[in-house]
Design a protein around this ligand. Structure first.
Ligand code: HEC
Length: 106
Protein backbone atom coordinates (compact mmCIF):
# COMPACT_ATOMS: atom_id res chain seq x y z
CA UNK A 1 0.00 0.00 0.00
CA UNK A 2 2.57 2.56 1.02
CA UNK A 3 4.69 2.67 -2.13
CA UNK A 4 1.57 3.26 -4.14
CA UNK A 5 0.53 6.23 -2.14
CA UNK A 6 4.06 7.55 -2.40
CA UNK A 7 4.09 7.23 -6.18
CA UNK A 8 0.67 8.71 -6.53
CA UNK A 9 1.89 11.73 -4.70
CA UNK A 10 5.35 12.25 -6.21
CA UNK A 11 4.73 11.35 -9.82
CA UNK A 12 2.43 14.26 -10.62
CA UNK A 13 4.80 16.52 -8.75
CA UNK A 14 7.77 15.28 -10.77
CA UNK A 15 5.87 15.71 -13.98
CA UNK A 16 4.85 19.21 -13.05
CA UNK A 17 8.42 20.11 -12.18
CA UNK A 18 9.70 18.42 -15.33
CA UNK A 19 7.32 20.41 -17.39
CA UNK A 20 8.36 23.79 -16.13
CA UNK A 21 12.08 23.11 -16.26
CA UNK A 22 12.35 20.95 -19.37
CA UNK A 23 13.34 23.72 -21.73
CA UNK A 24 16.76 25.26 -21.00
CA UNK A 25 15.97 28.09 -23.42
CA UNK A 26 12.41 29.00 -22.54
CA UNK A 27 10.41 31.16 -24.91
CA UNK A 28 13.07 31.10 -27.60
CA UNK A 29 11.59 31.97 -30.96
CA UNK A 30 12.71 28.91 -32.88
CA UNK A 31 11.71 30.23 -36.27
CA UNK A 32 13.65 33.39 -35.80
CA UNK A 33 16.58 31.36 -34.53
CA UNK A 34 16.47 29.18 -37.60
CA UNK A 35 16.34 32.22 -39.84
CA UNK A 36 19.33 33.90 -38.20
CA UNK A 37 21.18 30.60 -38.28
CA UNK A 38 20.64 30.23 -42.01
CA UNK A 39 21.62 33.79 -42.67
CA UNK A 40 24.87 33.98 -40.77
CA UNK A 41 25.99 30.66 -39.35
CA UNK A 42 25.41 27.89 -41.86
CA UNK A 43 27.78 28.79 -44.64
CA UNK A 44 30.94 28.89 -42.61
CA UNK A 45 30.14 25.73 -40.64
CA UNK A 46 29.28 23.98 -43.89
CA UNK A 47 32.54 24.97 -45.55
CA UNK A 48 34.58 23.94 -42.57
CA UNK A 49 32.75 20.91 -41.27
CA UNK A 50 30.16 19.79 -43.81
CA UNK A 51 26.87 18.05 -43.22
CA UNK A 52 23.44 19.26 -44.17
CA UNK A 53 23.18 22.91 -43.17
CA UNK A 54 26.65 22.62 -41.65
CA UNK A 55 25.14 20.44 -38.96
CA UNK A 56 28.14 18.13 -38.64
CA UNK A 57 29.72 20.55 -36.24
CA UNK A 58 26.84 20.11 -33.83
CA UNK A 59 26.63 16.36 -34.15
CA UNK A 60 30.31 15.38 -34.35
CA UNK A 61 31.33 12.93 -31.70
CA UNK A 62 33.92 15.25 -30.17
CA UNK A 63 31.68 18.27 -30.14
CA UNK A 64 32.44 20.83 -27.51
CA UNK A 65 28.97 21.55 -26.39
CA UNK A 66 27.79 19.15 -23.74
CA UNK A 67 25.47 21.32 -21.68
CA UNK A 68 23.07 24.22 -22.19
CA UNK A 69 25.54 26.70 -20.73
CA UNK A 70 28.31 25.39 -23.00
CA UNK A 71 25.96 25.91 -25.91
CA UNK A 72 25.47 29.55 -24.98
CA UNK A 73 29.22 29.94 -24.54
CA UNK A 74 30.24 28.38 -27.85
CA UNK A 75 27.59 30.31 -29.63
CA UNK A 76 28.81 33.54 -28.11
CA UNK A 77 32.38 32.55 -29.01
CA UNK A 78 31.34 32.41 -32.66
CA UNK A 79 29.37 35.63 -32.62
CA UNK A 80 32.16 37.46 -30.81
CA UNK A 81 34.79 36.13 -33.16
CA UNK A 82 32.66 37.37 -36.03
CA UNK A 83 31.94 40.70 -34.41
CA UNK A 84 28.28 40.06 -35.03
CA UNK A 85 26.99 42.11 -32.17
CA UNK A 86 23.75 40.16 -31.87
CA UNK A 87 21.19 41.11 -29.30
CA UNK A 88 20.99 38.74 -26.35
CA UNK A 89 17.47 37.83 -27.50
CA UNK A 90 18.84 36.77 -30.87
CA UNK A 91 21.43 34.56 -29.23
CA UNK A 92 18.68 33.11 -27.07
CA UNK A 93 16.60 32.28 -30.14
CA UNK A 94 19.63 30.77 -31.84
CA UNK A 95 20.46 28.65 -28.83
CA UNK A 96 16.86 27.49 -28.60
CA UNK A 97 16.88 26.50 -32.25
CA UNK A 98 20.20 24.63 -32.04
CA UNK A 99 19.09 22.88 -28.91
CA UNK A 100 15.78 21.84 -30.36
CA UNK A 101 17.31 20.40 -33.51
CA UNK A 102 20.74 19.16 -32.53
CA UNK A 103 21.72 19.12 -28.90
CA UNK A 104 18.37 18.29 -27.35
CA UNK A 105 19.24 19.20 -23.77
CA UNK A 106 16.38 19.11 -21.34
C1 HEC B 1 33.51 32.19 -39.99
C2 HEC B 1 33.13 30.85 -39.62
C3 HEC B 1 32.00 30.65 -38.60
C4 HEC B 1 30.78 31.27 -38.55
C5 HEC B 1 30.20 32.31 -39.49
C6 HEC B 1 30.09 30.70 -37.39
N1 HEC B 1 30.88 29.76 -36.79
FE1 HEC B 1 30.31 28.57 -35.22
N2 HEC B 1 32.08 27.61 -35.34
C7 HEC B 1 33.11 27.89 -36.22
C8 HEC B 1 34.25 27.05 -35.93
C9 HEC B 1 35.59 27.06 -36.67
C10 HEC B 1 33.86 26.22 -34.84
C11 HEC B 1 34.67 25.14 -34.15
C12 HEC B 1 35.39 25.71 -32.96
C13 HEC B 1 36.23 24.65 -32.31
O1 HEC B 1 36.02 23.46 -32.48
O2 HEC B 1 37.09 25.09 -31.56
C14 HEC B 1 32.49 26.60 -34.50
C15 HEC B 1 31.76 26.01 -33.48
C16 HEC B 1 30.49 26.36 -33.11
C17 HEC B 1 29.73 25.73 -32.05
C18 HEC B 1 30.20 24.56 -31.18
C19 HEC B 1 29.88 23.23 -31.84
C20 HEC B 1 30.22 22.04 -30.96
O3 HEC B 1 29.29 21.52 -30.28
O4 HEC B 1 31.36 21.62 -30.95
C21 HEC B 1 28.53 26.38 -31.99
C22 HEC B 1 27.38 26.09 -31.05
C23 HEC B 1 28.55 27.40 -33.00
N3 HEC B 1 29.74 27.36 -33.69
C24 HEC B 1 27.52 28.28 -33.23
C25 HEC B 1 27.54 29.25 -34.22
C26 HEC B 1 26.44 30.14 -34.49
C27 HEC B 1 25.12 30.14 -33.74
C28 HEC B 1 26.81 30.94 -35.52
C29 HEC B 1 26.01 32.06 -36.18
C30 HEC B 1 25.61 33.14 -35.32
C31 HEC B 1 28.15 30.54 -35.92
N4 HEC B 1 28.55 29.53 -35.11
C32 HEC B 1 28.84 31.12 -36.96
C33 HEC B 1 33.09 28.83 -37.22
C34 HEC B 1 32.05 29.69 -37.50
Amino acid sequence: MRPRIFLGFTLPLLLAAGHSFADPFPDADLEQGEQTHMEICVQCHMEKFGGEGGSDIYTRSDRRVTSPSALSQQLTACTTMLNLDLFPEDEHHLAGFLNKHFYKFE
